[in-house]
Design a protein around this ligand. Structure first.
Ligand code: PHE
Length: 351
């Protein structure tokens, strides 16, 4: 009789070892859960040993029960250890997967840059600032009166057709997108009269034209305006030459050709000697030797009067130049549509 419990206790020991080997082999959460059910669950192989306790001698039962309980506790502890090391492993590998090596060089974020039209505008404004011209900003949505009439275009004057206009709907053609920066002359005179003026006025202008490689419906201009006593055409020439020599280089020459604008009298268009052939004629200047860069003239007495000045006391000059066209010539940009095409391969080449 005495040998049977010993054999039974030895069996408990064997089962416990088998369970331990199985636990070692159980990899992963599902395997661990299955192991727990198989060995320690309600009908588990260790737990159900207690059911055979009734077949034993009463004297042997306590030792047997204690042995089963001990095995059960041991396995329970082994299971807890395995489960928590499994959790620690999962945490460690998750951390490893998400690890950031702060010593690695970073990925630089793409850097923004100024738009080429802004770059050229600022460069020109810097030059004029150096020459004593202050920046004056005016509105892009203008009154027809200011864009045309006060600039000496009477209603139905054919010169209005020089610039095709976007009108703002519902305003009976009284409000429009400025077709040039010249209405800013009227705004500036209104702000400064009767004091002298020396300003540059940059910004976007709009023309209702067909978009082609050479013409856009929106582009920038820089207007210049000087008003005061004794301002002459020589001051205009000196200013234009000063700008050309700073912007294009000291060896470039200028040429004034008579022209017509309703708001200047006399009026001129200015050419600069071609930088590629120095006047000999080439592909860039289309064999002319010269490149047209701006329109200008002495402010018309009617315009001075409309601006609040007495044309008997002050005179003035004005000019308007197209920075984008100057930039296109300088960089050999052959299609103005690149400017608003938003292709970064174009935009990235500037600045
Ligand atoms: N406003 C004219 C244009 O857009 C240019 C200009 C400005 C001419 C000032 C004379 C004086 O063509």
């Amino acid at each position: 009789m005495g040998s049977e419990p010993i054999a039974t206790i030895a069996r408990i020991e064997m089962l416990r070892r088998e369970a331990e080997v199985a636990l070692d082999a159980a990899k992963g959460d599902a395997a661990l859960t299955a192991w727990k059910g198989e060995w320690l669950g309600k009908g588990g192989r260790i737990t159900s040993l207690l059911r055979s306790v009734g077949a034993l001698d009463a004297a042997d039962r306590p030792a047997f029960g204690a042995a089963v309980n001990a095995a059960s506790r041991t396995l329970e502890a082994a299971y807890e250890a395995a489960a928590s090391s499994r959790q620690a492993d999962a945490m460690a590998s998750a951390l490893a997967a998400e690890a950031i090596d702060v010593t690695l060089p970073g990925t630089p974020p793409p850097r923004g840059r100024l738009h080429p039209s802004t770059i050229i505008l600022r460069r020109m404004l810097d030059i004029f600032a150096e020459m004593g011209f202050q920046v004056f900003l005016s509105r892009e949505v203008e009154l027809d009166d200011v864009n045309f009439t006060l600039l000496n275009h009477p209603p139905h004057h054919p010169a209005r057709d020089m610039q095709d206009t976007f009108y703002i709907a519902g305003t009976n053609e009284q409000v429009l997108l400025r077709t040039h920066t010249s209405p800013g002359q009227i705004r500036a005179m209104g702000a400064y009269a009767p004091d002298p003026i020396r300003i540059v006025l940059p910004g976007m202008v709009y023309r209702n034209e067909k978009i082609t490689p050479r013409s856009e419906i929106q582009f920038t201009q820089v207007e210049g305006l000087a008003v005061g006593p004794h301002i002459t055409m020589a001051n205009l020439r000196g200013t234009i030459d000063g700008f050309v020599h700073r912007y294009y280089g000291p060896n470039r020459r200028t040429r004034f050709r008579t022209s017509y604008f309703p708001f200047t009298e006399p009026s001129a268009e200015v050419d600069v000697s071609c930088g590629l052939c120095d006047g000999a004629g080439c592909r860039l200047c289309k064999d002319a030797g010269w490149l047209e860069i701006l329109g200008c003239g002495m402010v018309h007495p009617n315009v001075l009067a409309n601006g609040g000045y007495d044309p008997a006391v002050v005179s003035g000059f004005a000019f308007g130049l197209g920075p984008m066209r100057a930039q296109m010539m300088a960089h050999g940009i052959d299609d103005i549509r690149h400017y608003w095409g938003n292709d970064v391969r174009f935009l990235e080449q500037f600045g």
